[in-house]
Design a protein around this ligand. Structure first.
Ligand code: NDP
Length: 705
């Protein structure tokens, strides 16, 4: 749970960082204010009174806080922030959705809130806030944060509208129980009984309501998901496809395909909205993106559950990575938007030039199914930061979370039409890649799709960013810390059941340490928990579809047939309810050679191949002997050889002593057949904007005519 980071007006003078002494003094004055409020009430708490208590002059209090309102605002903010910190710390310790709800209740009704001094100060603020705009704003933020924390905690337990209603009830009860206790001068309830009362209430509500069971097909299979155009859901071609939960094989709902008319409507909406969006300052656009980041984080639990149902990935991953990394991306480009600029070029005395960084116009994003929400954010954030409007097509297998992102953008203040989602299969993608009014396409997908998209885009000379497949090497040198190397290899192969484009599936281990490496690796793979993706303990979920599972199993059989040995895994998992889904055990092959299909081709499943090498030059040559070039990793304690190796490796991203970490600040993308262009970091800005050069003459001009 991230604390809300509302954007405030910039100060008129640069902020100065208070010294430790000043901070101590401020805190002391705030404590005196709370004492004064508890004893003398709001009216009696004057600057002079507080100065007297602190044994300082009223001028000094005014120096720190301006006037009485400033001091009381600071004191109230201090009370609400300490509750905010308590909520956060309890939430971090809570290990289940129900415990998260209780964490919020406990933090709001803990013993300090019932302490006569703090409680009376709260009462004074509550009473005064309708008459004092500053206090009323703090009160509103505090209330909103409590509601959003509660909604977030309840999301995995209740359907969305119900979670909203129950969150409002719990918030009202927290306030009500506390207020009654305060008005009865703490006779009616103490902290413990108040918390027990709320706990009983929550349990009774949860018992009554049916949880939003991800496996409850009956409720969800009738849902109809549509395209989102111009700020609303719109009817499409009438043609439907079913989206399923790959962990159960059950329907999650029907999705209506966007045909030509819907795509034309999306282009028109984007064209209409884009100029005004581009005309905002970067700061204004950034503010919307940062607000969307906050909203995304507040909806983490709900979106993670949705992503898990749609992709089959474990909830422990989607909670920690999928939504959060999307929010990080929005926040990063939200911050960058204000600093986008051209440059001034000195052309001597008679002229100068400058460049303007301008948006491209309407751009399209086409996503793969492995990180649906993250991919939508990785494309939308830089595109919107630069002032473009975007039409995004999610993969047909994972159409759901992009729709929630579109709603969140609207809630964050993005003008309607700036971000649109069209649903459909490859044909819908083609309507975008061939559209003459779309200036650019960014695709994440397979190499073959990349080629088709580029060919289609060529007809209208669109620029393209292609994030494509890989078969990346991970090299473990003789001197590597083996436990780290094993951790790296696990991250490089089995996260998201191996459905990660940058996976290091060719693990080259130095001959001298191979046995030790395999010993540690196998023990850890055997201990991995495969299961229901909604179970927080599950580490390996389902593959995306039956067809994809068959493809992965086909590769495993081919590996065996070509002479490689399965050390662990090697087949489908069908224990109990898992038989309904598409689960494959994490698999490690030994005895591999560079020419085997399992070593050459992208499998996109939980299949690791282990190869042996003897020296650096040999392993680099073998690592590079592939048409792909997305990523590579090296594990060694010798940093000189690590840097030498990464300089030689033909890959867009290299990790030294780690694998598959993709901080938003670092550009990401492939070389060779793994792609064109870069996402993330400042580099992505180049791909969503264009430069206009302006020459400015300062003198009279001569012409030879
Ligand atoms: P696909 O290439 O099958 O599909 C990607 C997207 O393109 C989907 O939305 C798909 O629609 C659409 N599409 C398919 N054909 C066309 C076309 N002719 N014109 C326009 N759009 C089209 O990839 P997957 O979804 O199967 O994703 C897995 C692949 O993505 C793997 O190869 C993986 O390595 C790669 N990938 C690369 C990443 C990177 O950053 N380099 C990151 C993640 C994945 P539909 O789904 O409806 O067919």
């Amino acid at each position: 749970m991230a604390p809300s980071s509302k954007v405030r007006k910039p100060p008129t003078t640069p902020p100065t960082v208070p010294s430790e002494g000043e901070e101590r003094r401020r805190r002391q004055l705030i404590e005196m204010t709370i004492d004064s409020l508890a004893e003398r009430g709001y009216i009696g708490s004057t600057l002079a009174e507080i100065a007297g208590r602190a044994d300082v002059s009223p001028g000094l209090v005014a120096h720190y806080f301006g006037d009485k309102d400033g001091l009381l605002n600071a004191a109230f903010r201090s009370l609400t922030s300490s509750i905010g910190a308590a909520v956060l710390s309890r939430l971090l310790q809570a290990d289940s959705p129900r415990a998260r709800v209780q964490a919020i209740i406990d933090a709001n009704l803990d013993a300090e809130a019932f302490d006569r001094r703090t409680g009376t100060a709260w009462l004074a603020f509550w009473g005064q806030s309708p008459h004092t705009p500053g206090l009323s704003r703090i009160q509103a933020v505090y209330q909103r944060r409590m509601l959003s924390n509660l909604r977030d905690a309840l999301a995995p337990l209740l359907a969305r509208p119900e979670a909203k209603r129950v969150a409002a009830m719990i918030a009202a009860m927290i306030d009500g129980v506390w207020l009654r206790a305060a008005l009865s001068t703490w006779r009616e309830a103490d902290s413990e009984s108040a918390r027990a009362l709320l706990a009983a209430f929550v349990d009774s509500r949860l018992a009554e309501k049916r949880p939003p069971n991800p496996i409850d097909a009956k409720r969800e299979q009738n849902a109809l998901y549509r395209s989102f155009v111009g700020g609303r859901f719109v009817a499409g071609s009438g043609e439907l496809f079913t989206t399923i939960n790959p962990a159960t094989g059950e329907a999650l709902g029907q999705v209506e395909i966007a045909g030509r008319d819907t795509v034309e409507a999306a282009v028109a909406a984007a064209q209409a909205a884009q100029p005004a969006w581009a005309a905002l300052t970067g700061t204004e656009r950034g503010r919307v993106l940062k607000r969307a980041a906050d909203l995304l984080r507040a909806a983490n639990a709900e979106l993670a559950a949705l992503e898990t149902r749609d992709t089959g990935k474990p909830i422990q991953e989607t909670l920690a990575v999928d939504v959060q990394s999307g929010a990080d991306c929005l926040e990063y480009y939200g911050g960058l938007a204000a600093s986008l600029s051209g440059e001034h070029v000195d052309l001597g005395r008679s002229a100068f030039g400058y460049t303007r960084r301008e948006p491209l116009g309407v751009v399209a994003g086409i996503g793969a199914w492995n990180y649906p929400l993250q991919i939508a954010c990785w494309k939308a954030a830089p595109a919107l930061a630069c002032g473009n409007a975007m039409i995004f097509k999610p993969a047909e297998l994972t159409p759901l979370t992009a729709l929630r992102l579109a709603e969140i953008f609207i809630e964050a203040g993005l003008p309607e039409g700036v971000f649109n989602v069209v649903q459909g299969l490859a044909a819908t993608g083609q309507l975008l890649t061939r559209h003459p009014s779309i200036a650019k396409v960014s695709l994440t997908g397979e190499v073959g799709t990349g080629r088709k998209v580029m060919a289609d885009a060529a007809a209208t000379l669109k620029s393209v960013t292609l994030e494509l497949g890989g078969k990346s090497p991970l090299i473990v040198f003789e001197d590597a810390k083996l436990d780290n190397a094993v951790s790296g290899a696990l991250l490089a192969n089995f996260y998201s059941a191996g459905e990660v484009c940058s996976n290091g599936t060719r693990v080259f281990v130095h001959r001298a340490v191979k046995d030790a490496f395999l010993g540690k690796l196998i023990a850890r793979v055997q201990a991995m928990r495969i299961g229901d993706p909604m179970d927080p303990q599950t580490q390996v979920g389902a593959l995306i579809s039956a067809a994809h599972m068959e493809k992965v199993l086909g590769y495993i059989e081919r590996g065996r047939a070509e002479g490689a040995h399965v050390l662990v895994g090697g087949g489908r998992v069908t224990d109990g309810a898992l038989s309904q889904g598409f689960f494959v055990a994490p698999t490690v092959f030994d005895g591999c050679t560079d020419d085997m299909a399992i070593v050459r081709e992208e499998i996109f499943g939980p299949v690791m191949t282990v190869l042996t090498f003897d020296d650096e030059a040999e392993v680099i040559a073998r690592a590079n002997a592939t048409e792909f070039g997305l990523a590579a990793g090296v594990f060694t304690r010798d940093l000189a050889s690590a840097h030498r190796a990464v300089a030689e490796l033909q890959a867009g991203t290299c990790w030294i002593n780690h694998y598959n970490v993709t901080p938003i600040e670092l550009p990401f993308g492939g070389v060779k057949q793994s792609g064109l262009g870069r996402e993330n970091g400042r580099a992505a800005i180049e791909h969503y904007s264009q430069l206009k050069s302006v020459y400015v003459a300062l003198d009279d001009i001569e012409a030879p005519y």
